[in-house]
Design a protein around this ligand. Sequence first.
Ligand code: GDP
Ligand code: ZN
Length: 297
Amino acid sequence: MDYQTGLIIKATGGFYYVAAGDVIYECRARGLFRKDGVSPLCGDRVKVEVISGTTGCVSEILPRKNALIRPPLANLDTLAVVTSVCDPAPNPLVIDKMLAIACHKGIRPVLVVTKADLGSAGKLQEIYRLAGIDLFTVSDKSDEGIAEIRVALSHGISAFTGNTGVGKSSLLNRIDSRLALATGETSQKLGRGRHTTRHVELYRIGEDGYIADTPGFSAVELERYEVIRKEELADCFPEFAEYTGRCQFTGCSHTVEKGCAVLSALAEGKIHPSRHASYRALYEDAKKIKEWELKGR
Ligand code: GDP
Ligand code: ZN
């Protein structure tokens, strides 16, 4: 029996398309996955048992480094959070929540600020430079930023998230014209509802990069399925890391405590007030999570 190892680049209607070198195998999954309650996801590296020619069977899922429920994706390397300078106005709390979820999953977060022709991205640049998060500014009126984004995404698997209207489809279309076809405006114009375009597909970019085409994937969906415990939240703010171990009390929540090194850094201007405000708001939300909601996570 011939075995190949490859990457699932498309999962639809019970079929998995696995790229192995230059060949794409059309595969079914073995029944045993259903029994284990694990099904292969787009982004999974898998073993394929070749049946004949380019048809095969997914026989093993190689260890995952992470997985998202919606969109169903495995092994993400980069999550690009998209926001616009205005129309709609950026919401720092939503941005920080997405960035935190990425960090929580071990996914590198980057921020893409669109519609730079409509206003200044200066405020966002100031906040996220201090946070150590890569930020790209783009506008559909010029090529500025697009080449840089392509380079940043040219290795590993990336996905985009952001609220409707921020310019995701326009941006994806400019990064690679194959991408916007199944997202946003275009699919609605073609009358293809989001239901028929639910499948996720990976498109090759650069040397060995893939961008996930994630129809209807908004920030709202991401946060619905991903939960961060309050004790884990500070670790999802990378710029807090050098201070969290220096607080006076162990178990410090970094919100109000005396002798908190994070609050000192905030007072000294080393942590941006906007980021800490998001942290506090997310901490309050996390306090309301019940243990039963976290079962199995
Ligand atoms: P999506 O919902 O995030 O996929 O957003 P779209 O790509 O559909 O864009 C939403 C609206 O913003 C559309 O009317 C676009 O023409 C507009 N838009 C997108 N990018 C830009 C930009 O860089 N500048 C300006 N002025 N408008 C933009
Ligand atoms: Zn503290």
